[in-house]
Design a protein around this ligand. Sequence first.
Ligand code: DX5
Ligand code: ZN
Length: 230
Amino acid sequence: MQPIYRIAPSILSANFARLGDEVTSVLEAGADMIHFDVMDNHYVPNLTIGPLVCEAIRPLTKAVIDVHLMVKPVDRIVPDFAKAGANIISFHPEGSEHVDRTLSLIREQGCKAGLVFNPATPLDWLDDVMDKVDLILIMSVNPGFGGQTFIPRALAKLADARQRIDRAREAGGGEILLEIDGGVKIDNIAEIARAGADTFVAGSAIFGSGDYRATIASMRSALQTVAARR
Ligand code: DX5
Ligand code: ZN
């Protein structure tokens, strides 16, 4: 059986002057969840949106809001996003003083917890916390900006993460999503799925296209060509 594939448009590439309409139309066009990029001009050299904007879009949809924190420190802002209606909160281990504690804090706040890996960040961070993560996010660009080119080494990292997830599941662990973020397009999404991803962030590929519905449909038909995992 094919895994359930989720397409998560990154609103970083949306038109911020019409953000509510953009969220509504991308979901009507077939998106599964909303990827919400939070940048603090400290952990990454860019400044984007925070809990107030999350709170503003929350009433527009029941779809999952997938908050990707590119901030340092992390813990202070976690409860604000939980209150603002985030469903998943992910962070970079480099941004946290204590990764285990931050993962627990996110779950205590009623959200799913994700850990994010930059291209140069090893997956070893997972060794001691597999039972505390609900999502693993592999960055296929260096974080900070939309519209960058996919870094192919991310494919091997996805395969490694997929093996870790499968082992954890066999040992009785819960569901863990495997998300990819950066440079995902219609023409590489199938290869990325073959490497093991089940959740696909796409910013410029969707919001930069004239027709969100057609782009998401093309991504889904590319995913249809991926053979089922054993
Ligand atoms: C980059 C962000 C991404 C970005 C993806 O730091 O985390 O979510 O918006 O944009 P594209 O799909 O254009 O690479
Ligand atoms: Zn992101």
